[in-house]
Design a binder for this molecule. Structure first.
Ligand SMILES: NC(=O)c1ccc[n+]([C@@H]2O[C@H](COP(=O)([O-])OP(=O)(O)OC[C@H]3O[C@@H](n4cnc5c(N)ncnc54)[C@H](O)[C@@H]3O)[C@@H](O)[C@H]2O)c1
Length: 349
């Protein structure tokens, strides 16, 4: 690939993708578009390409890209705060950004890849199969369904192009720090442990999520643009393919951080709460040749090693052999913080 456009490149996944592209295609011209509404310039340290700081909803692409031929567009820009319930803002910004790009790229040879979300499946539990009926439970998820609908129509209108959607599950990894409350549950629980507090999870920690490490997400997103088997107009699940419990997350964090923090369970305040997410990867593996490389344990270890999860704690410390129930060896918890309004609802986008 010689000429690549990434939207949302200052964000969590977009910056990981951009820096990987730069490494993989060192002579490529890479352009990022981001308006920094939730991204952060620090994520793009080392980026050598061009950055257009602009809102995609009303961007005049012709002005910037007259005569430019892109090999691939990765569209990751989106409002990612699922607790933003402004229906007009979420649908307008997320859907119209995509429409602006599709209008511009219609009839061109660029491979088009866009980020959708497992949130489109809604709150029903079980294995998430790609052809399941979509039941968005919030307007963020609804906007992603609308993006998929728009893509289906585009694929029918322009059958000669390559347009592929990817439904991300619960992504965690370096460069999500800027997200604040919408950052992954793994990030938030690690901060609590590092601060010497009990990691707080809903009673009794057996809810399960498909947690997927960002390096796997980047690999799958790249495959969506390049794999010969990807079907034009299709959307594919990108997850780890495994449902792991909140208790598992705490065990994996303890092992990677060398701590013995003990969970504090509290009542789930949500009347409707997804009990289980799990990406069915059969179509993804067949079409994209995508196989996740990281388990929950190895992903968290790599995250710790990166220095992004707990700054200053860049090397994994082997967990002591003693049992976590040993009061003496657990992290001292003089005061357990009450549930704050800003406390993340585990689940992510
Ligand atoms: N992180 C996850 O677990 C997860 C799960 C499912 C789907 N996704 C999707 O993956 C994509 C990336 O998410 P992320 O976690 O990196 O979030 P993020 O908030 O870190 O990144 C989104 C980026 O898009 C930019 N942006 C938003 N609207 C824009 C606009 N109109 N014009 C220009 N820039 C704009 C933001 O400034 C930010 O840098 C999003 O499409 C999101 O919906 C993420």
């Amino acid at each position: 690939m010689e000429n690549i456009l990434v939207t949302g490149g200052a964000g969590f996944i977009g910056s990981n993708l951009t820096l990987t592209l730069q490494q993989k295609y060192p002579s490529a011209r890479i352009t990022v578009i981001d308006d920094f509404r939730s991204g952060d310039f620090k994520n793009l340290e080392g980026f050598k390409g061009d950055l257009i700081a602009a809102d995609l909803t009303d961007l005049n692409l012709k002005h910037y890209f007259k005569g430019v031929k892109f090999d691939a567009l990765f569209h990751l820009a989106s409002i990612t705060d699922t607790t933003d319930h402004d229906q007009l803002r979420q649908t307008r910004d997320n859907v119209e950004s995509w429409r602006t790009l599709l209008d511009y790229f219609a009839g061109r040879k660029t491979a088009l890849v866009y980020a959708s979300s497992a949130a489109t499946y809604g709150i029903g539990g079980g294995i998430n199969r790609i052809d399941a009926p979509l039941k968005p439970a919030n307007v963020y998820a609804f906007s992603k369904v609308q993006m998929e609908n728009l893509s289906t129509r585009f694929a029918a209108d322009f059958p000669e192009q390559r347009l592929v959607g990817v439904r991300y599950f619960n992504v965690y990894g370096p460069r999500e720090t800027h997200k604040g409350q919408p950052a992954s549950m793994i990030y938030h629980l690690a901060q609590q442990i590092a601060a010497g507090k009990s990691p707080r999870i809903f009673k009794f920690g057996e809810q399960k999520r498909d947690f997927v490490y960002v390096a796997d997400i980047v690999a799958g997103t790249l495959a969506a643009a390049t794999a010969p088997g990807a079907v034009h107009g299709a959307v594919y699940n990108l997850g780890s393919g495994q449902a792991r419990s909140f208790n598992d997350v705490i065990s994996a964090l303890n092992a990677a951080l060398g701590t013995q923090a003990v969970a504090e369970y509290f009542d789930n305040p949500f009347a409707f709460y997804q009990p289980h997410t799990e990406a069915d990867l059969s179509a993804t593996t067949a079409a994209l040749r995508y196989t996740p490389k990281f388990t929950l344990e190895t992903g968290i270890q790599d995250y710790v090693k990166s220095g992004w999860l707990v700054p200053g704690h860049a090397s994994a410390v082997p967990a002591p052999a003693a049992k976590a129930s040993s009061a003496k060896k657990t992290i001292a918890l003089e005061k357990i913080a009450p549930v704050k309004k800003s406390e993340p609802a585990p689940g992510g986008v």
